[in-house]
Design a binder for this molecule. Structure first.
Ligand code: SF4
Length: 189
């Protein structure tokens, strides 16, 4: 796999392949900083990973790890694990979403699959579970099983992200609800 992509790049491809084209081929910067939800989400992530170091998941004992920046030599990509609990033989990922939309879709699965690959390669421990914490008006914890299939699909999306950059071609994508909040909607044909 060429180029050092990030987990975020693949998650954005999972959101919309054309997003990747505008950002990584044409080099048009995201104007997401101006969107309130993204700013709030970032503040939320950083607040929790730095101040809530004692937060644990029931029935999973281990040492809390935060803000781990990891690189995969095998697949040439990097990513950051905001929170995880490390036990003797396995690791559980905690992922927070500033949202009341309780749904484990392709973007979250891609993120968890790639973060699991990073952790497994760098620690030698199995990563087969995560807890996604949705927290805006209400707080809901959703346990997610990280399967081999999820990891393979995430790697495929990482590879497809790389292919968009290599071919310089605008990928097909249909317009739908995602476009409403997309920063490229005004230039997307
Ligand atoms: S406007 Fe819609 S189709 Fe175009 S990049 Fe954004 S999400 Fe994708």
């Amino acid at each position: 796999m060429s180029n050092c992509l990030t987990v975020t790049n693949a998650v954005e491809y999972a959101f919309c392949p054309r997003f990747t084209y505008f950002q990584l081929v044409l080099g048009i910067e995201q104007r997401e900083g101006k969107r309130g939800t993204v700013q709030s989400g970032r503040a939320f992530h950083s607040r929790h990973s730095s101040t809530n170091k004692n937060y644990k998941i029931k029935r999973f004992e281990g040492i809390k790890q935060t803000e781990l920046l990891l690189y995969s030599k095998k697949y040439a990509f990097s990513g950051k694990i905001d929170e995880a609990i490390e036990a003797d033989d396995q690791i559980l990922i905690i992922e927070r979403k500033y949202s009341d939309y309780i749904f484990i879709g392709s973007t979250i699965k891609t993120q968890l699959g790639l973060l699991a690959i990073l952790l497994e390669e760098n620690t030698g421990k199995k990563v087969n579970q995560a807890v996604v914490v949705f927290d805006k008006k209400e707080r809901v914890e959703v346990p997610v099983k990280i399967t081999e299939k999820m990891k393979q699909k995430a790697l495929l999306l990482l590879q497809q992200t790389s292919r968009v950059i290599e071919t310089n071609r605008m990928p097909y994508s249909k317009h739908d609800n995602r476009c409403t909040n997309c920063c490229y909607r005004k230039i997307c044909p």
